[in-house]
Design a protein around this ligand. Structure first.
Ligand code: N01
Length: 556
């Protein structure tokens, strides 16, 4: 096993410019695989990450209760290597954050990745030099490096969103954002804790905090549908079969709409009687996980009435579980189920039966200000020792905009994306040659198995680099028309569903002033087929530029 040095050392900020074939931004699932894949092709690769460890999302999101909600180990992990699948033992169906982080650390060691990763280093600037056909990158540690390819694996859910609530900075107690949770243990014992936000992070954290805190006040703006995760020890037989048949299972995942090794239904909710539907929902509710959502009927996300049958079922469960009818009423969601990111929990609704938990419905009693001693709403005051902000992320585009690379003509990404997040294939951007994104806006990203998606996207990027090199090409960049058509394809797929009808981070509605656009390609396997077709047709939709150095050499 390689040594576990956290900070592979290279001279920092000594004035000399290092030259790489590829710079990868981010050392999470996507960035680690991109490094492994491109390095195996013989490229000189450097990875930068601002965190003090590898893991990306799984390094930052260490709030209590953080777990994989996708069908977990051995399916939420790297799939490209049968060895890794055989070597790593997942303990639970929904692995917790420490397990996933330990896995990524293991992979970084096992594949000897750390020697090319520089941690605690933010990329501060990235400018494209049209003449050199290269990116010039500057880091927070004072280095300037030149690279032909810039691979942005900065995370779809990594730019934490702190809402602009009056007085927030004056709060005198402890205050933590779930997406920037401290490295040192946080104690809730004996404390009055306020949690703002009831998305995936809040719903996972609230039951855990309530077990320890003196009191928890949950400030809820939108009630949510949550489904029991029913996390349990993983069945050794599932693992054995997965290991024996990994090639077939990986193929099945790649061909499935969500990248998961499960059959998806083709039947409409209305092919069953109400009694049959109820029985199926009950069975899948007891089974736990996303099965009820993706495994019940084909039209849950496309037909309002079909959606209502499942929404009614979950609302019925909330009424059954929550003893106080007024609290149950406040918890009652009314949007189309699944059109905000579907939540899984470990006893979320049950938590509201505890004596030490209070629910504040911000729709009828909004926050007015945060005072040094607590939260003041329209109707009252809640004295607090700690505030937990489970308020989400500037999803899909936030991390890229924070990076704000400058492309052709010095135009920044912030200028380019002022009103729309145009991309081609969710991987490339017109005006930004040789820049590739992993899980960019317009890719399946958060609605496909993310580790598997990252592998497939990296593989496509690797093939593209190989093609450029084999053909004496120095740069690749999509045409504005290709972007426009891609935008339309993404929108048409979304418009066939109920997703765009709900305010969510999928549509950018959670960030004040952010352009509204549904940025996830819902094609699943169709998306990866489109990638292959584009490559097979000689990178259709792209302008391919001859290598300038070769042109100069030829002219001499
Ligand atoms: O963020 P969110 P998250 N005043 O945006 C509320 C992934 N993830 O961190 O719905 C009051 O979903 C906001 O209210 P509303 C997963 O993909 C995965 O929970 O906008 N409230 C909402 O309740 C997930 O979807 C796992 O009305 C305010 C909450 O804050 C994504 O990350 C675990 C507010 C934000 O919910 C993001 O989840 C955790 C304000 N001013 C996360 N502003 C896994 O299990 C916002 N809110 C793998």
């Amino acid at each position: 096993m390689a040594n576990r040095t956290q900070h592979p050392q290279k001279p920092k900020g000594n004035g000399a410019i290092e030259h790489y074939d590829a710079v990868v931004i981010g050392a999470g699932f996507g960035g680690l695989y991109a490094l492994h894949h491109l390095r195996a092709m013989g490229l000189a690769v450097r990875v930068y990450d601002g965190a003090a460890g590898v893991g990306g999302t799984w390094w930052w999101n260490r709030y209590p209760g953080a777990r994989v909600d996708f069908p977990g180990g051995p399916f939420y992990c790297y799939t490209f290597s049968e060895e890794l699948v055989r070597e790593w033992n997942w303990a639970e169906t929904q692995p917790d954050q420490p397990s996933v982080l330990a896995y990524l650390e293991y992979v970084a060691d096992r594949l000897d990745l750390r020697r090319d990763i520089q941690l605690e280093t933010w990329v501060r600037d990235a400018c494209y030099d049209e003449e050199a056909q290269r990116w010039l990158v500057e880091t927070s540690t004072g280095e300037r490096v030149s690279t032909q390819f810039l691979i942005c694996a900065a995370g779809t859910l990594s730019a934490a969103h702190t809402p602009d609530i009056p007085g927030l900075n004056n709060f005198a107690g402890e205050c933590y954002h779930t997406g920037r949770w401290p490295q040192t243990p946080v104690s809730f014992a004996g404390k009055r804790v306020g949690v703002i936000g009831t998305g995936s992070s809040g719903v996972q954290a609230i039951p855990e905090i309530a077990r320890e805190a003196a009191h928890v006040t949950v400030f809820q703006r939108t009630p949510q549908y949550s489904i029991p995760a029913r996390n349990r020890p993983i069945d050794p037989e599932v693992v054995r079969q997965a290991r024996e048949n990994w090639v077939a299972i990986r193929a099945q995942m790649t061909a499935s709409p969500l990248g998961a090794p499960f059959e998806v239904p083709e039947r409409s909710a209305f092919e069953d009687t109400p009694e049959q539907r109820q029985a199926l929902y009950e069975e899948l509710w007891q089974r736990g996980g996303f099965h009820i959502f993706f495994g019940s009927y084909a039209d849950i996300l496309t037909d309002k009435e079909a959606n209502r049958t499942l929404a009614d079922f979950v609302r019925g469960k909330i009424r059954e579980i929550v003893r106080d009818p007024q609290t149950a009423q406040k918890l009652m969601p009314d949007y189309y189920l699944g059109t905000k990111r579907q939540l899984l929990d470990g006893g979320y609704y049950e938590t509201f039966n505890r004596d030490n938990v209070t629910l504040v419905d911000l729709r009828e009693d909004p926050i007015q200000e945060i005072k040094p001693t607590g939260v003041r709403t329209a109707k009252g005051e809640y004295p607090l020792d700690m505030l937990v902000l489970a308020t989400g992320f500037d999803a899909m585009t936030g991390a890229l905009l924070r990076l704000n690379p400058k492309g052709r003509g010095g135009v920044s990404l912030a200028e380019k994306w002022r009103t729309r997040f145009d991309t081609y294939l969710g991987i490339t951007i017109a005006g930004f040659p040789n820049l590739f994104m992993i899980h960019g806006p317009g890719s399946p990203s958060v609605l496909f198995n993310m580790p598997l998606g990252a592998e497939l996207e990296s593989a496509w990027i690797g093939d593209c680099v190989r093609y450029l090199r084999a053909h004496g090409l120095g740069a690749i960049e999509p045409t504005p028309d290709a972007e426009k058509n891609w935008d339309q394809e993404v929108a048409e797929l979304a418009d066939a569903t109920l997703y765009p009808l709900t305010d969510s981070w999928y549509t950018g509605a959670n960030i004040p002033g952010k352009p509204r656009q549904f940025c996830v390609h819902l094609g699943g396997p169709l998306y990866f087929q489109r990638l292959s077709e584009v490559a097979a047709q000689g990178y259709e939709g792209f302008v391919l530029e001859k290598e300038h150095r070769a042109e100069v050499a030829a002219a001499l």
